[in-house]
Design a protein around this ligand. Structure first.
Ligand code: MG
Length: 218
């Protein structure tokens, strides 16, 4: 069982389900040639896909095109179902930095066959995750800069202000599909700039007011 900690406190949570939002930044939808969805695109990664800050990514042998997606992570601290947008932020215990690593070749193949693309998203080590800052440390989660460098070169540089659904809307919508429980994590989607990572790459993510995350590709 994987645990995440709230920085500067003794509080930790066992990671539950990891619910991820796809297609939440318009420029990223455009770069992949996808359609703007009416309903949120939602998928889950298993808790076993998490690796800590400084961890090593293992790209499975059945993929030759693993992409980085840097995302703001929400840690749920209070369970709820059908949560209103007004109450949504009271369910967030903290904010963290996450990578939603994606086997783009496998995803495209499965999408093309009309099959679920879970295998492209949930593989072991597919979710590098930082520790969390307390929710109160972030003034407005819908207006913070999000930057990913690979080997020192900026690949993704956006702001959560570009999200099509706000943090409050995401929590409200996801909680209509899934009961949210303490320790669940929500990944809120990625801005444009996704690209392939290869053996030896060093990934460094940074989200304003939230923190940093590093990972190396084996
Ligand atoms: Mg993603």
């Amino acid at each position: 069982m994987y645990q995440v900690n709230i920085k500067g406190t003794d509080t930790s949570y066992n990671v539950g389900k990891i619910v991820c939002l796809g297609r939440n930044y318009l420029d990223h939808i455009r770069e992949l040639g996808n359609k703007v969805p009416d309903r949120a695109v939602v998928f889950c990664k298993p808790a076993s896909s998490v690796i800590p800050d400084g961890g090593t990514i293992h790209i499975p042998p059945y993929s030759d095109n693993c992409h980085h997606e840097l995302e703001l992570a929400l840690l749920i601290g209070k369970s709820g179902k059908n949560i209103s947008e007004e109450n949504a932020l009271s369910h967030v215990a903290g904010y963290g930095v996450a990578l939603d690593l994606t086997l783009r070749d496998l995803q495209d193949e499965l999408k093309g066959k009309g099959l679920p693309w879970e295998l492209a998203k949930g593989f072991d080590t597919s979710c590098p995750l930082s520790d969390f800052v307390p929710a109160a440390a972030v003034e407005n989660p819908n207006a913070i800069r999000i930057v990913l460098k690979v080997n020192g070169e900026v690949r993704q540089d956006g702001t959560t202000a570009q999200m099509m659904r706000s943090v409050e809307e995401i929590i409200a919508e996801i909680s209509t599909y899934y009961q949210l429980e303490e320790g669940d994590i929500i990944l809120t989607g990625t801005p444009a700039g996704v690209s392939r990572i290869v053996s030896g790459d060093l990934l460094e993510g940074e989200i304003e007011q939230v923190g940093t995350l590093k990972a190396t590709v084996a």
